[in-house]
Design a protein around this ligand. Structure first.
Ligand code: ADP
Length: 284
């Protein structure tokens, strides 16, 4: 398998969470497996976006022919980690007809009346789709745990439950790509400050985000437990350093491309006689 330009190691291998990895040791400013620099990124991103778009459309085309397989990208990260940028600049390169995007915020009153996986199940991709979860069921072991929204005996069993849920999904044909994006506290401060300085970014600013900064150590522990307990063979976590937006976008693009390639897709053959149709068209 050849590596794309500037990659010295396979992003999947480089970024996969390994038992014993510590969240506090993540160098959020690093570019694991990539020896290029920021000025290399625009051209490379454009090229790899094209590759992603081609594979994603192929998945969509196969889905239209009844292929039940799908891909689910799960994005987790603290506020300003760049989840929105991945959606816009990576997934946004694809064909919207085959993409199913869902963001998960504070549960609505209706959602609260159901099991926490209820809203997740409703948003799953169907055959041929690339589903994107901007936040996900993992909020139910992150924000919910850190803010004590439910007691430990309620969130504690969720790790096993999530593993079983994801196993069921993968067995039903969904390849799950779980991406945890990590930025430093200083980088977050800079990004929040940018949001405050720019009126066109005020819509992204939430005063509550500042409260979560004070809970950074608790979040770090919750992320550690999440990675330790839910990085499985069927649905591994990828840890993506995200202080450099250009790197995190390139990295997630490669993770998606690798996943789509592993499906060994090809364009669905015509289910009609092409030559006969050409003749019919020429005299139509
Ligand atoms: P974002 O902050 O990603 O732009 P929103 O403005 O919709 O998106 O807010 C998401 C907020 O909802 C986050 O603060 C997140 O922690 C919170 N949230 C998501 N899921 C849950 C949940 N299950 N329980 C409580 N809060 C949640």
């Amino acid at each position: 398998m050849t590596l794309p330009a500037h990659w010295t190691h396979h992003p999947q291998k480089m970024l996969a969470f390994k038992a014993g990895d510590r969240v506090e040791d993540i160098d959020t400013n690093s570019t694991p497996g990539f020896d290029g620099v920021k000025s290399d990124a625009p051209v490379q991103q454009r090229e790899r976006n094209e590759r992603f778009a081609e594979l994603q459309e192929m998945l969509h085309a196969n889905g239209r022919r009844g292929d039940h397989r799908s891909v689910l990208l799960v994005l987790q990260g603290m506020d300003t980690a760049g989840k929105g940028g991945i959606v816009e600049h990576v997934v946004g390169a694809g064909n919207p007809m085959g993409i199913r995007y869902t963001s998960f915020g504070v549960p609505t009153p209706e959602e609260r009346r159901h099991h926490y996986l209820w809203r997740i199940r409703k948003a799953l991709p169907t055959g041929g789709q690339v589903g994107v979860f901007d936040r996900s069921h993992y909020e139910d072991v992150l924000v919910v745990r850190v803010h004590n929204l439910v007691p430990p005996d309620v969130w504690g069993p969720r790790y096993d439950e999530i593993n079983a849920f994801e196993k069921e999904l993968t067995e039903a044909g969904t390849s799950i790509v779980k991406v945890a994006m990590f930025i430093s506290l200083e980088e977050q401060k800079q990004r929040l400050s940018d949001r405050l300085e720019n009126p066109d970014k005020h819509w992204k600013y939430d005063p509550g985000d500042l409260d979560d900064r004070a809970l950074w150590p608790q979040y770090r522990q919750a992320y550690q437990d999440m990675l330790d307990k839910t990085s499985t063979d069927h649905a591994p976590w990828y840890v993506v350093p995200a202080d450099k937006k250009w790197y995190s976008r390139l990295a997630v693009t490669e993770l998606l491309i690798e996943t789509l390639k592993s499906l060994k897709l090809s364009w669905p053959p015509a289910d009609f006689d092409v030559e006969a149709e050409k003749k019919r068209l020429s005299s139509a």
